[in-house]
Ligand binder design. Structure first.
Ligand SMILES: [Zn+2]
Length: 303
C-alpha cells in the first residue's frame, strides 16, 4: 500500500485528539515521538517493548501527569487501532481483543515488538524530512510552547536542524492574551515578583495558560498567570501548582536541590500568589483544578 502525504499526516493527526474531557492523553503522542526519533536516527523501525520501555517511562514521568508512567504498556498495545502501528509476537497475546491489554510482564516476556506500519515506515524512509515535520505537529498539539522543544530534545528530534516551519493550519492562540495577562498582573511574575525592564520593555516575563491551550484552555485572564520564564517552565512541568484556596502555591515532593534552588522555588511553597489587580482576573478554580490533576507532579510537600 502506498500512502499519499496527506493520508500519512491524517493517520498521525488522529492521535492528536484530546480525549475524555480534558484528561491529558500523552501516552500515544509520546510513544509516537519516541518511535519517530528512532527512525530519524536510522534505528530499526520495530523494537521490542522491553527495549524501549525505559525510554518511554522516562518520557511519561517527565512530560505526563503523575501516574502516567505506570500505564506505559497501554500506548504500545492500543496504538495498533489507529492504523499507524503494528505488533509482532506470539499469537496468544496478539489475538486478544483490543480491550484485553497485556500487562508489562506479558509484553516483556512475550518479546512483543512494535513499530510503525510498513507503509508508514516506507514513506518516512523515502522522505525523512517528514519525520521532524510530523513530530512538530504532534508536540504543538499536545504541549505548551515552553515544553515543545524539551520534548523534541528528549526524543532526539531537533526540529530546528531540519529547518522546520510551523504548520500553518494549526489554531493559533489569541495574540492579545499575553498583553492582557501581563497587564492583569501589573507586569510582574505572580510567583517571585520578577519585573525586570530593559529600557522600557519588560523582559523574561510570559503569560502562561493554567489549563493548556492544547487542552482546550481559553485565552482569558482567569486562565492566565504572568510568570517569569523560569516559573513558567516549572509550572508547565508540574513542579508546582496553585490551589484555589487562597491561591496557595504548593511544590512537588519530587523537587530537590541546593540552597540556590530552594530560593528559586521552595521558598514559595505554601505562600499565596501575587494576585491580579482585579477580582475578575483571579484564576478560576476549574482551571487550577485541571492543572493540579493533569500537570502537577503529585504528591505535594506538606504545608
Ligand atoms: Zn518568577
Amino acid at each position: 500500500m502506498t500512502l499519499s502525504e496527506s493520508e500519512l499526516l491524517e493517520r498521525f493527526d488522529r492521535i492528536r485528539v484530546w480525549q475524555r474531557g480534558g484528561q491529558r492523553a500523552v501516552h500515544k503522542p509520546l510513544l509516537v515521538l519516541l518511535a519517530l526519533g528512532r527512525l530519524w536516527r536510522g534505528e530499526p523501525a520495530a523494537a521490542q517493548f522491553a527495549a524501549i520501555e525505559d525510554d518511554l517511562r522516562k518520557l511519561l514521568e517527565q512530560f505526563g501527569p503523575s501516574s502516567a508512567a505506570s500505564s506505559r504498556h497501554y500506548p504500545f498495545w492500543h496504538l495498533r487501532t489507529d492504523g499507524l502501528w503494528t505488533l509482532d509476537g506470539p499469537a496468544r497475546i496478539l489475538d486478544r481483543p483490543s480491550g484485553a491489554t497485556p500487562n508489562l510482564t506479558e509484553l516483556r516476556d512475550g518479546q512483543v515488538a512494535g513499530g510503525f506500519a510498513p507503509e508508514v515506515v516506507e514513506m518516512l524512509r523515502r522522505d525523512p524530512l517528514l519525520i521532524p515535520r510530523i513530530a512538530r505537529r504532534i508536540v504543538e498539539a499536545h504541549f505548551p510552547e515552553s515544553l515543545q522543544q524539551d520534548v523534541l530534545d528528549a526524543v532526539g528530534l531537533d526540529a530546528g536542524e531540519a529547518g522546520i516551519v510551523r504548520a500553518p493550519e494549526r489554531p493559533r492562540r489569541d495574540p492579545s492574551f499575553r498583553a492582557r495577562v501581563l497587564l492583569a498582573y501589573e507586569y510582574r511574575c505572580c510567583v517571585c515578583g520578577h519585573d525586570l525592564r530593559l529600557g522600557g520593555e519588560v523582559v523574561g516575563l510570559e503569560a502562561a495558560h493554567i489549563r493548556w491551550f492544547q487542552a482546550g484552555g481559553p485565552d482569558i485572564e482567569p486562565n492566565g498567570l504572568a510568570l517569569c520564564s523560569l516559573h513558567h517552565k516549572l509550572f508547565d512541568l508540574g513542579v508546582f501548582t496553585v490551589l484555589s484556596q487562597q491561591y496557595t502555591m504548593v511544590v512537588s515532593q519530587h523537587v530537590t536541590g541546593s540552597e540556590q534552588t530552594r530560593n528559586r522555588m521552595l521558598t514559595y511553597h505554601g505562600a499565596s500568589l501575587i494576585l491580579p489587580q482585579s477580582a475578575g482576573y483571579l484564576p478560576r478554580p476549574e482551571f487550577l483544578a485541571w492543572h493540579t490533576e493533569q500537570v502537577f507532579k503529585t504528591p505535594p510537600r506538606e504545608l
